[in-house]
Design a protein. Structure first.
Ligand SMILES: [Zn+2]
Length: 120
């Protein structure tokens, strides 16, 4: 005689956790280690996007519209990188971010040391 063993199968409801890592290719070192985070600002329609590379330390911080996704912000990172006229290595070495936020600026600032300029 077979004893019907009843197994209670519990269905676990898994909530879909949408945590897709937002990793992009770093414009500086070309490695896929650029993380972009969008931080919405409360009460404002803009958010702060922060991109930082875990490989070379490149970092960019800027404002984006609230509706932006990291992938949208990525385009701006590339833009910022392309139009950055300072010494990016220097920015990285001093833990600075490029972009309109956080001190480091796109425009060149006068330095008191005799900086060499190479303009044609
Ligand atoms: Zn990098």
């Amino acid at each position: 005689m077979l004893l019907g063993r009843r197994k209670r199968k519990r269905q676990q409801l898994k909530k879909p956790v949408r945590k897709i890592p937002k990793i992009f290719v770093c414009p500086h070192c070309s490695k896929e280690s650029l993380r972009i985070v969008i931080r919405p600002k409360q009460g404002e329609d803009k958010a702060i996007a922060e991109a930082s590379c875990g490989e070379c330390g490149f970092c960019a911080r800027f404002y984006v519209p609230n509706i932006f996704e990291p992938v949208n912000a990525y385009g701006k990172v590339i833009d910022l990188y392309d139009s950055f006229e300072g010494d990016i290595e220097k920015e990285i070495a001093s833990n600075k971010c490029i972009g309109e936020l956080d001190g480091s600026r796109i425009e060149k600032e006068e330095e008191d040391e005799g900086a060499e300029e190479d303009e044609g």
